[in-house]
Design a protein around this ligand. Structure first.
Ligand code: G3H
Ligand code: 13P
Ligand code: ZN
Length: 309
């Protein structure tokens, strides 16, 4: 098995009414937790790397870790650039072995977004790499993504056909109310399924991507708060909403914050209970197991992509 693009995964996911999990990778333990979960559940997998993760862990180390995961699991794995913001960054990942890139032109005007996305698509397709574009703007704060609530905007269904046709993108990330990070909803969680439905009608069979899709699992927030953290009001996307989106046109669901929370909660708890330990394997081992537990749960109970390999 080698690295694959997401084309085949998305086709089957669309037809089967499930979604592929796209999990963010920042280090070896995170990658091992994710890939062991996918192996045990026989799930196709997208591993995604942000610009920040690439800077932190180094392109070559990440590529080699993913190659090792393919050997160890025998799974089809797609290696994806998450939130590429320039042509140069996308080109560097395409040249360096990624099989999929996102060009996030959502901060630009409609015309500039099309221009930038088209430029990336032309370069990527020439090398057999697929491209995810974004239309609409999610709220939230991460390393490289920082959009205030007032600047967020739902995707306009009347723009999607023109965007897809003029850019040639292979999948489209849309904004229907999810947001990045651990504080997604102040009151009741609400997603605009009417917009998703409208987009699905306008682009039949076309794979849609949902960012900001962590559920901000309460069990891990509770552990963080119990052991010295302070995250009152942390709230994510309810899992039944994600399942509904997966049964519709959403073929890729992005999850990062839930992995961060599981890892951090486990390490906080470990040190609260074992304050004098200092062997990294003693706390990174359980943290890796927590990542694995979360990813298995997502694959089986949220995405529905188990037993699809
Ligand atoms: O959507 C962004 C991802 O969660 C990656 O976040 O830029 O902090 O690595 P990052
Ligand atoms: P979360 O912050 O909800 O995990 O979203 C991650 C994401 O969209 C990565 O692109
Ligand atoms: Zn995102």
């Amino acid at each position: 098995m080698a690295l694959v693009t997401s084309t085949e995964m998305f086709k089957k996911a669309y037809e089967g009414g499930y979604a592929i999990g796209a999990f963010n990778v920042n280090n070896m333990e995170i990658l091992q937790g994710i890939t062991e979960a996918a192996k045990e559940t026989k799930a196709p997998l997208i591993l995604q790397v942000s610009a920040g993760a690439r800077k932190y862990a180094n392109h070559t180390y990440l590529i080699k870790l993913v190659e090792a995961a393919i050997i160890e699991t025998g799974l089809p794995i797609c290696l994806h650039l998450d939130h590429g913001d320039t042509f140069e960054l996308c080109k560097s990942c395409i040249d360096g072995g990624f099989t999929s890139v996102m060009i996030d032109g959502s901060h630009h005007s409609f015309e500039d977004n099309i221009k930038l996305t088209k430029q990336v698509v032309e370069y990527a397709h020439d090398k057999g790499v697929v491209v995810e574009g974004e239309l609409g703007r999610l709220a939230g704060i991460e390393d490289a993504v920082n959009v205030s609530e007032k600047d967020a905007a739902f995707t306009d269904p009347d723009q999607v056909v023109e965007f897809v046709e003029r850019t040639g993108v292979d999948s489209l990330a849309i904004a229907i109310g999810t947001s990045h990070g651990a504080f997604k909803f102040k009151g009741e969680a609400k997603l605009r399924f009417d917009i998703l439905e409208d987009i699905q009608k306008k682009l039949p069979g076309f794979p849609i991507v949902l960012h900001g899709a962590s559920s901000v699992m309460p069990e891990y927030v509770e552990i963080i708060n119990k052991f010295g953290g302070d995250m009152p009001g942390a709230k994510g996307v309810p899992e039944d909403m994600l399942r509904k989106a997966a049964s519709m046109a959403v073929c890729k669901i992005n999850i990062d914050s839930d992995l961060r929370l599981a890892l951090t909660a486990t390490i906080r708890k470990y040190f609260a209970e074992n304050p004098s330990h200092f062997d990294p394997r003693q706390y990174l081992g359980p943290a890796r197991q927590a990542i694995k537990d979360v990813v298995k749960h997502k694959i089986i109970n949220v995405l529905g992509c188990n037993d699809k390999v």
